[in-house]
Design a binder for this molecule. Structure first.
Ligand SMILES: Cc1cc2nc3c(=O)[nH]c(=O)nc-3n(C[C@H](O)[C@H](O)[C@H](O)COP(=O)(O)OP(=O)(O)OC[C@H]3O[C@@H](n4cnc5c(N)ncnc54)[C@H](O)[C@@H]3O)c2cc1C
Length: 419
């Protein structure tokens, strides 16, 4: 290894940027840091749910060139094609790059084609372009309601989707939005999911909150509805039931955005890692964080925590100290509904079972917290301001005075407004 280790981060999303800026914070100039990503901006995906309701997509793209320059981190705008662990090189569509340490954070992609008929008939939720398409379809629903024509809007979670929360946000947001436009009585809202409980990954308390919310809003919810085929105007499920629709909205199955064949990967391309450090199995100086790694629940907050662990392990190695930060899976989110929001902090634990590797640690009552209140919308706005501001300044989410203040605020809110 040269005097200054070369650290390469692949992917400028939540996991990659958190790892990159944390390493800068911990190592300063003692390492050569480089980011390779296929776009010069950070896409703040969680808030793209506002685009169908009128927000501009540009609002959720945060420039990376300025913060990277400010932090003296080199940026290579390129698409990574392969990783060669033996030669410690990465092949991109423009050049070959050498590394001593590597962080793989290239995220996930959607595989809508796994569900017959989904590509042809559904509006899927993933990119800002999808959200703009949905905006047009919501406008159509409103226009039909104005003419007194009823619409059936069906939300669908198929097998192998790994982040169902945003679709639950959107069905409740749509309900509030339609009420505000005096059109709710012209629209039937239905939610069908393959899950055994609503937002299953977040455990029994979220299931109760969502079931109550659906009952209160008149949204028809169906659990264990596993999609078999999507037809024009109807979805058929494995239980032989068909649900009709005029507008179908789905969050498709997940796979790794880029599948790197030289790494240990599962059948969806997700990289196998050591649970605590996020070190890639069998590769000492390589880490994988965020959606592209094998943790079964894909979430921004979890990607940040994984980025923190990988960064600390690399910094410890470079500095010759013991690592101090491991990945302890604790999910956190604030779910928008326009009239209020749901806060959830969810401790997770490993089960050791291949079918269901992670579950909610319901006995950890100190950390398992859920709250519903219009005031939680303030928490959502604060996170929506804080995170782009940190990454836009070349700083990690979880560090420094600003994070301590943010953390204090969230703790105070969850102490008073969540149980
Ligand atoms: C609509 C929506 C709402 C969501 N809401 C929430 C929420 O409320 N809370 C929450 O916690 N999570 C939410 N999520 C999930 C969250 O956005 C993801 O879990 C998170 O983005 C994962 O971070 P990541 O760094 O792993 O991947 P990403 O953020 O996807 O970043 C991956 C980066 O790698 C780049 N890349 C990919 N392949 C290559 C390649 N071959 N070469 C170079 N660059 C590459 C991509 O361009 C991208 O910049 C939501 C997701 C969506 C779609």
């Amino acid at each position: 290894m040269s005097a200054k280790p070369k650290i390469l981060v692949l992917g400028g999303g939540f996991g990659g940027l958190e790892a990159l800026f944390t390493m800068k914070h911990l190592l300063g100039d003692r390492a050569d840091l480089k980011l390779v990503s296929d776009r010069p901006w950070f896409q703040f995906k969680p808030n793209t749910i506002y685009i169908p309701f009128g927000e501009s997509p540009e609002k959720y793209q945060i420039d990376l060139l300025h913060p990277l320059k400010k932090q003296a981190i080199e940026f290579v705008e390129a698409r990574v094609q392969e990783i060669n662990p033996e030669s410690k090189t990465v092949e991109t569509d423009s050049e070959r790059l050498k590394y001593d340490y590597l962080v793989v954070a290239t995220g996930a992609k959607m595989r809508a084609e796994e569900v017959p008929g989904l590509v042809e008939h559904a509006v899927t939720v993933w990119t800002p372009e999808d959200m703009l398409r949905l905006r047009d379809r919501f406008a159509e629903v409103l226009e039909r309601a104005g003419r007194g024509v009823r619409s059936k809007v069906l939300f669908l979670i198929p097998p192998n989707n790994r982040c169902s929360g945003p679709l639950y946000e959107m069905v409740c947001m749509l309900d509030t939005w339609l009420r505000r436009h005096h059109s709710r009585d012209q629209v039937d809202l239905t939610f069908a999911t393959k899950e055994a409980a609503f937002i299953e990954a977040f455990g029994p308390r979220l299931n109760t909150v969502v079931a109550d919310e659906f009952a209160h809003r008149g949204i028809e919810g169906h659990l264990l509805y596993v999609v078999e085929h999507v037809y024009d105007k109807a979805v058929r499920f494995q239980n032989d039931i068909e649900l009709p629709y005029d507008l179908l909205i789905s969050f498709p199955p997940y796979a790794a955005a880029s599948s790197f064949s030289a790494l240990p990967i599962d059948d969806r391309g997700f990289v196998k890692v050591d649970p605590d450090s996020r070190r890639v199995v069998g590769h000492e100086q390589m880490y994988a964080v965020g959606d592209t790694a094998d943790f079964p629940i894909k979430q921004a907050f979890l990607a940040l925590l994984q980025g923190d662990a990988a960064a600390d392990h690399i910094a410890a190695d470079v500095l010759g100290r013991k690592p101090e930060v491991d990945f302890h899976p604790m999910s956190m989110c604030v779910m928008e509904q326009f009239d209020k929001a749901v806060f959830a902090q969810v401790p997770l634990k490993y089960t050791g079972e291949a079918q269901r590797p992670v579950e909610v640690d319901v006995e950890d009552v100190d950390h398992y917290k859920v709250g519903v209140s219009p005031l939680w919308r303030v928490g959502k706005s604060a996170l929506g301001f804080y995170l782009p501001w940190r990454f836009g300044s070349g700083k990690p989410f979880h560090s420094g005075f600003a994070w301590n203040m943010m953390d204090l605020g969230l703790q105070a809110m969850s102490h008073t407004m969540a149980k």
